[in-house]
Write a protein that binds this ligand. Structure first.
Ligand SMILES: [Zn+2]
Length: 147
């Protein structure tokens, strides 16, 4: 993931404080090297519901936006998952977040892809959750350890 992309997630997070916000992650899988590249994000659709303790992503114009990005990039990018912010610095998954991650991986599994979720907290930390074969892998990062 590029630092500039991470920065734009944090900027959006700060803008929408004290509410949570989020969006969709677009990227590419490299199966041989087991890497997911996050190339772009789609920011919170207009019909999303943003609240201090929850975020429900809307879907207005979403399929069109995903298609546009894919087209611009010769169809090498696709939907990889979701991201959202937490108002505090804690980036642990809530039970709703866990359910969301399961849903993402179920959707992606139909294309044999992994599910991915990013939670941003604080000013400089975020967690990445990846679900593969019913097991969840997670990693916490500080901003300067990005990529
Ligand atoms: Zn959450």
């Amino acid at each position: 993931m590029r630092g500039s992309l991470l920065q734009s997630l944090q900027t959006k997070r700060t803008e929408r404080q004290p509410n949570e916000t989020g969006g969709v992650l677009i990227g590419q899988y490299d199966f041989s090297r087991k890497i997911i590249y996050i190339a772009d994000m789609i920011f919170s659709p207009d019909d999303s519901i943003e609240a201090p303790t929850s975020y429900i992503r809307g879907c207005e114009n979403l399929p069109e936006q995903i298609q546009q990005i894919a087209k611009r990039n010769y169809n090498s990018f696709c939907y990889v998952g979701e991201w959202h912010s937490h108002p505090g610095s804690c980036t642990a998954m809530s039970s709703a977040d866990e359910r969301l991650l399961c849903t993402i991986s179920e959707v992606n599994e139909t294309d044999c892809l992994l599910g991915c979720m990013i939670i941003c907290g604080g000013v400089d930390n975020f967690s990445v959750y990846i679900r593969e074969n019913s097991a969840t892998h997670s990693a916490m990062f500080k901003y300067d350890e990005k990529e």
